[in-house]
Design a binder for this molecule. Structure first.
Ligand SMILES: Cc1cc2nc3c(=O)[nH]c(=O)nc-3n(C[C@H](O)[C@H](O)[C@H](O)COP(=O)(O)OP(=O)(O)OC[C@H]3O[C@@H](n4cnc5c(N)ncnc54)[C@H](O)[C@@H]3O)c2cc1C
Length: 321
């Protein structure tokens, strides 16, 4: 394993790896381009008795100002294989590039997710979705390795989980409960559609998305999950209905951004971290911001919503510490 040693970068700043551009140094950093290298790196961390975390493109992460006292592996496994309407893809493949490829092959099911940053692995972990499509919709199975098991590069003990076993739900999956599980790849099955039509849908959606997320914004996307009304206690729901415009309810969900707007979250600021003036669920780094200020703002916003509506907001973003 000595040869892999040289590939680790020491004290690599996490703000270079996250869309929010926040975070102190990772003690060790490694980019894994193949499954074998990724497993080798995990074994190296195990051997050294240091913790280890796999990330994609860091578009849903708030990294600690203190950094990460272990090994961060950036997943760059990008292979792609197509057989008719089935596609096998490495989990480090960029989601948008994947969608562009599907569009040109005339494979439909993910074109409306165009513009969501990040990798296939990150999208599966968080059951990403937009405009009525979710990563799970056309997914057949996910290739996973359990980092806590006795692994070796010759016998990585990878397993394939069928979609049903992944326990997908709104921005949730079995992977959020099993933090030692690493997503290596996935297999999808799509229906056929006219490539021109798919390309047009994706490009229209990208334009629409840029109104909320202007290119270059330092943010992790929506900060809090939306509210699933059926999950609220009956009394909370009844009280809520007295205070909101019911027209805002879409598919049984209420946008957290709407509730945050009602409690005056827009424009709230601590240090260099600010809630967007035009959207209550968008927390921005204005440059040089700190994770500690993100945590302060998150607490302020949660308190405001709890006090007014009795609802506990839950982060969609993942804290890395
Ligand atoms: C401008 C902007 C807009 C966004 N819009 C949307 C949207 O419309 N819909 C939506 O759902 N999300 C949205 N997001 C959030 C984000 O893009 C998604 O959550 C995305 O799927 C994260 O992918 P990633 O590769 O960047 O994951 P990362 O941010 O790198 O990681 C997120 C989590 O996944 C884990 N993870 C990543 N890869 C693996 C793997 N291979 N195995 C195991 N665990 C892994 C990480 O450990 C971490 O806990 C947006 C973000 C931004 C910045």
């Amino acid at each position: 394993m000595a040869h892999i040693n040289k590939k680790f970068i020491k004290n690599y700043s996490l703000h270079k790896l996250t869309s929010m551009q926040i975070g102190g140094p990772a003690k060790y950093f490694f980019v894994a381009k193949t499954e074998k290298k990724l497993i080798e790196a995990m074994l190296w961390a195990k051997d050294k008795k240091i913790k280890c975390k796999i990330i994609g493109e860091g578009s849903n992460i708030v990294a600690s100002d203190k950094g990460y006292h272990g090994l961060i592996i950036q997943n760059s496994i990008k292979h792609i294989q197509t057989t008719n309407n089935k596609v096998n893809v490495g989990s480090g493949k960029n989601l948008l590039k994947f969608i562009f490829k599907l569009n040109s092959l005339g494979l439909t099911g993910m074109e409306k997710m165009a513009g969501i940053p990040g990798t296939i692995g990150g999208a599966i972990y968080g059951c990403a979705g937009a405009y009525g499509q979710e990563i799970k919709d056309c997914l057949l199975r996910v290739k996973v390795v359990d980092a806590s098991a006795q692994l070796s590069t010759s016998n990585p003990k990878a397993m394939w989980l069928t979609r049903n076993r992944c326990e997908f739900d709104y921005r949730n999956s079995i992977f959020k409960k099993n933090l030692n599980w690493v997503i290596l790849g996935a297999e999808f099955k799509f229906k056929k559609e006219n490539p021109k039509k798919l390309k047009k849908i994706s490009s229209d959606i990208i334009k629409l998305r840029e109104q909320k997320y202007q290119p270059g914004l330092l943010c992790p996307g929506s900060f809090f999950k939306n509210i699933i009304l059926k999950d609220l206690p009956a009394k909370t729901r009844i009280d809520l209905f007295k205070k909101i415009d019911k027209g805002k309810i879409k598919y049984g969900k209420l946008a957290s951004g709407y509730l945050l707007d009602l409690v005056g979250a827009k424009g709230v600021k601590t240090g260099k971290i600010k809630v967007a003036d035009y959207h209550g669920n968008l927390i921005l780094n204005q440059g040089g911001g700190k994770a500690s200020d993100v945590a302060k703002i998150a607490k302020i916003l949660k308190n405001k919503v709890r006090k007014e509506f009795g609802i506990e907001l839950e982060e969609e973003v993942q804290y890395l510490k």
